[in-house]
Design a binder for this molecule. Structure first.
Ligand code: EPU
Length: 301
């Protein structure tokens, strides 16, 4: 797709840095994705204007967070990718409250808060990605989910074209699911955290890191777990029981460490990964009668 010069100039006036012909394979933890243009926003406040401009020019667009839970199509993509402003550190604390930008790194937030003696997020330490992505999916690990800690979320509500603030109590957080609309864009979050001494939090973080290192392929390109766990079951265990570890389509492979992680061992395409996902889903369905639901988000063209 093309963005004409006039639109590029107008975007620049709104403080948007336009980068053309970027490979999203370089921006995702799976190392998979085609090419498009990237728009880097300078300030949160300009988002409604930028979105209005893109809509008026009929330029399809998507916000990319950390790129750690998404499977993006190959080839030239028919939409542009937006990135939220990235302030450093993008977070501050006051008493037991943390104010965090959605673009901040999730692990960075856990350690920043720990240094201010605020805990309860130890389980989230190794979950890769941005705070915004974690919020949208209600990321969780080792008994901790981000949802219950949320006091307020500031978001761009695309359906109204406005920035809004929602109270945590009015947001429904479920297992890897939230009540946000698909086109809501997370901007900032306020979290209410428990006081805990730094050393104690650090000890909890170490335990989670060790568990993760022992069971997950952390040094390979992946998007974490591919499927959600079915109620009362474990996708990883079922795939493992079918002896599918190491099963591959091209360079897309079921991890030999954790069967619900599918890794890119070289130059896997999106279509390789999709075929592998479909194949494993069908085999699990055939053997256990369970239809696995994707945990990874598909961005197809
Ligand atoms: N198991 C196997 N073989 C495998 C993998 C797992 O037998 O190859 C068994 C384990 O032995 C264990 C059970 O399956 O008895 C569950 O495994 P694990 O503890 O690794 O947890 P999981 O349910 O597979 C979930 C989350 C992970 C999160 C871990 C730790 C989902 C889909 N996955 O994995 O989150 O890190 O718990 O809390 O909910 C992610 O969201 O992307 C993700 C990786």
């Amino acid at each position: 797709m093309r963005i004409d010069e006039k639109t590029v100039a107008e975007l620049r006036k709104l403080g948007v840095d336009v980068r053309q012909g970027i490979s999203l394979a370089d921006e995702t933890s799976l190392g998979i994705g085609g090419t498009t243009h990237e728009l880097l926003l300078e300030r949160y406040e300009t988002i409604p204007d930028v979105m209005r401009l893109l809509d008026a020019r009929k330029i399809p667009h998507r916000f990319l967070g950390g790129g750690t839970n998404v499977l993006i199509a190959d080839g030239e993509l028919p939409w542009v990718v937006l990135h939220l402003p990235k302030a450093k550190p993008g977070m501050r604390v006051e008493g037991n409250t943390a104010y965090v930008d959605a673009s901040a790194d999730l692990g960075g937030m856990v350690t920043f808060c720990a240094k201010h003696d605020l805990g309860g997020m130890e389980g989230l330490i190794g979950v890769p990605g941005s705070v915004g992505g974690a919020l949208r999916m209600n990321a969780g690990a080792y008994g901790t989910q981000i949802g219950p800690l949320v006091r307020e979320v500031e978001l761009y509500r695309a359906s109204k074209g406005e920035i809004e603030t929602l109270r945590g109590a009015d947001i429904h957080f479920d297992y890897r699911h939230t009540s946000f609309a698909p086109d809501d864009v997370m901007l900032r979050v306020t979290l209410e955290l428990a006081s805990k001494p730094y050393r104690e939090i650090l000890a909890g973080i170490r335990v989670c890191n060790e568990k993760r290192r022992a069971s997950q392929p952390l040094n390979q390109k992946s998007a974490g777990c591919i499927f959600k766990n079915p109620p009362g079951g474990s996708a990883g265990r079922m795939i493992d029981e079918l002896q599918l570890k190491g099963h591959r389509v091209g360079d897309a492979m079921v991890s030999d460490r954790h069967a619900n992680f599918f890794v890119n061992t070289g130059h896997a395409s999106c279509s390789d990964m999709m075929k592998l996902i479909d194949d494993v889903r069908e085999r699990v369905h055939g053997a256990f009668g369970v239809e696995l639901e994707n945990e990874v988000i598909f961005w197809q063209n």
